[in-house]
Design a protein around this ligand. Structure first.
Ligand code: PNS
Length: 170
């Protein structure tokens, strides 16, 4: 039987436990899951593509059918190149829905054969996202319950003591 590949695209700046929860679920459903970092020239990520790749690789080492890659350009084009039958997206709160529906419908318009599959993370991660992790880490707070160890380390390097934002009353 033909192996089924899915692409799990995102910015992953950086990867969180919420993303890993989705990867786990996708790997259970598909034979091969490609975590694909989308390089968006108009976005200014905190971490380079190589750094993000390293963090994802290290955090998904124990999952067999995962590959880590990066792409620039149209997601459906990349998915076609990689012979993927599906695009995986995580759906958290309702607030995600409108944007995700828009993307899924546009992607289906562009490539009818590639389905978008929405997976819900564990409730624990419903309000978790990369931006909130970076914000909290930039104040020197502990984020080890939210992101893998390697990400904790990279965030500590980036927001080393002395560069932390501080809180004060104005
Ligand atoms: O993690 P994010 O930032 O929510 O991921 C968004 C992403 C990368 C999936 C989306 O921006 C994307 O698909 N970018 C590639 C360009 C593209 O195909 N755009 C058309 C989408 S309808």
């Amino acid at each position: 039987m033909k192996k089924k590949t899915a692409v799990y695209p995102g910015t992953f700046d950086p990867i969180t436990f919420g993303h890993i929860d989705i990867v786990d679920r996708a790997c259970y459903l598909f034979d091969h899951v490609i975590i694909a970092i989308a390089e968006n020239p108009s976005k200014q990520p905190l971490f380079s593509v190589e750094e993000r790749k390293d963090m994802i690789r290290e955090s998904t080492r124990s999952i067999e059918n995962v590959e880590v890659d990066a792409f620039e350009g149209l997601l459906v084009e990349y998915a076609t190149l990689r012979n993927a039958v599906a695009i995986i997206r995580g759906l958290r709160a309702v607030t995600d829905f409108e944007y995700e529906l828009q993307m899924a419908l546009m992607n289906r318009n562009l490539r009818d054969k590639i389905a978008t599959v929405f997976l819900m993370p564990h409730e624990e991660y419903i309000y978790l996202n990369s931006s909130i992790v970076k914000e909290v880490a930039s104040f020197g707070e502990d984020v080890s319950r939210l992101v893998p160890e390697i990400v904790v380390r990279k965030l500590k390097e980036t927001y080393s003591p002395g560069t932390h934002h501080s809180t004060r009353r104005l």
